[in-house]
Design a protein around this ligand. Sequence first.
Ligand SMILES: *Cc1c(COP(=O)(O)O)cnc(C)c1O
Length: 351
Amino acid sequence: MQQQPQQFASDNYAGVCPEACEAMDEANHGHEPAYGGDSWTSRASDAFRNLFDTSCEVFLVFNGTAANSLALASLCQSYHSVICSETAHVETDECGAPEFFSNGSKLLIAPSPNGKLTPEAIRTVALKRTDIHYPKPRVVTITQPTETGELYQLEEIRAISDICRELGLKLHMDGARFANACASLGCTPAEITWKSGVDVLCFGGTKNGMAIGEAVIFFDTRLAEDFDYRCKQAGQLASKMRFLAAPWVRMLESGAWLRYAAHANTCATEFARKVRDLPLVELMFKVEANAVFLKLPSDVAEGLRARGWMFYTFIGGGARFMFAWDAEPERMNALVGDLHDLCLAPATWRT
Ligand SMILES: *Cc1c(COP(=O)(O)O)cnc(C)c1O
C-alpha cells in the first residue's frame, strides 16, 4: 500500500514506534495469566515505580478519556465538582465522560488564558458558592502540557497544589503528553508530580508512540481503592493486559519515552522558529512542548489545505500543528516552505 506523507494535524496520526512494536512481539510468546496477572504487567508497574521513585499504584487502560474520567470519578462523589480550565480536554473533548463515570460530578470551568489554571482562578471558582445548593468542589485538574502546548513550571504546580491543600481539594494531572512535559522541563517525573503535590496522574502512552494505552498512577495510594473494579465496570480492564503493559516496559526501561518526546519538542521549536517572523503569521501561544498554534489569514490557511496539508482549527480558530515521536524534519521543512510561499509571494494568488 502506498504510504501517505506525514501530516502534523495530530500526534495521533503517527504510527507505533519500533520499541513498542518489538515489545508486543516479545510479549507474544506462549501463555500468560490474563487480566493483569502476567509478568509484563508487574514489570510495567515496577518500571513506573522506578521512574517516579515512589511506591505508586498503577492501572493500565485503553485511552485517555477513560483514564481521566475514571481517575476523576474515583476522587469524587456524585455531588462533588471538578475545577478545570475552559480548554481542558475533560471539558471540551470527552463527550461528558467525566460526568458520566462519576454519576454526575459537575465540571466547573475556570477562566484560563492560554489554557492554564492559576491559584487565583481556582480560589475564585472554589469559593464562589459554599452553600448546599451548589456541587461541592473536590478536585482540580490540570493538563501538563496544556491543550495549547504550554507548560506549568514547577513553582506553578506547587502554587496550585498549595491552594488545593488549603481548600481541601485533590489534584489530578492530565498527562496525555506528560513525556513532552518531562523532556521540556528537564526535571524528574517525580518533581513535577507527587513531589509537587499531584495526587493522580494520567500518563499518556498513545501520543508518546504506543499503539494503545494510558497509565493511571495514584501517588496517594489510598485513592486507588477499588479502582480495578471501576476499570472493569467501565470496560477498561484488558484481558490480555500484557499487550498494554509490554510497550510501557520497553519504552520506560530503554528511555525511548523521553527521547521521542524530546525529538517531537525539538521539531515544534524549530518549526516555530522558522515561521514565526513570516508576515501574516502570528504565534498564538508559547511553544514549550510539541504543539505550535498559528493564527493565519483564511486565504493562507486555504492555500495550505490546497497543497494537501491537514490541520485543526478548534482552539481559538488558529491552525494547530502537532509534532509526533516520528516527526520528519524534511516534512516539517516542506510545510515551512509552503508557508513561506503563501506568505511571501506577491499577493496575486490571494486576489
Ligand atoms: C489526546 C488527549 C487525551 C486522550 O484522548 P483519547 O482520545 O481519549 O485517548 C486526553 N487529554 C488530552 C489533553 C489529550 O490531548
